[in-house]
Design a protein. Sequence first.
Length: 255
Amino acid sequence: MEKWLSLWSIGQNGNISDFTDIKQSGFDGIEIWAEHSCSKEYLNLAKKSGLRIGLHLPFHDLNLATPDKILYERTHQILVEWLATLSHYGGKHATIHGGYAWSSEERDETLIRVRERLLILSEEAEQYGIELLLENLIPDSLNYCHHFASNVDEWIELIRFANMKVCLDIGHLAVMGNDLETTIKQLGSYLGAVHLSDNDGKSDLHLLPGEGINLSAGLNGYLANQKFSGPIVYEINPYKYSLKEIINYILMTKV
Ligand SMILES: [Zn+2]
């Protein structure tokens, strides 16, 4: 298993010495946060620093599940452009959100669209030598919209159909209300990456491990049982912690 850092966690003002510190503190790689205005610059800094590179594809304004044909075409185009860029930098995985149905009543018909769109995109990703990973999302508590995927059965159905793997966000899973060990067993060889942070089981707080209800307790053992060898990506709230605090945590706990 490798230890990675989401660049969401460093904010938008990172420089080369931050990347050197990330590397020296023991992180093996970084996951680019595509919506950062400096995300392309971060790709160069990561490469210079000898860090492995992955990507969290953009999702704001880009609803993969949209019923609007033109919005979908634009969304698809932006996602494919990012896959090409990632491949240029030697990246091997891209995490994606499946979008959302405009209302929960439209879930079933929208699910069919999402499945087909993910299949098309995972085939494109394969051409670029990239593994596309579908992340689990927090259900809309009002049941107003429906996020894909926000329950485990739906998640597994989608990745089987689209021939892709998953990025398991353990913070999202806790808010979904699912047990970590059971879910990791269900996902088995579909596990491509893990997003790690802590929370209170109610909100997606992206805390350092141990500052919530200790969601990552037992995680390494559960993953080892499935022979997981992919990245564990620390996805820590940049509005609560500085990079220095994150690195100090990593050095102190020797995780
Ligand atoms: Zn995500």
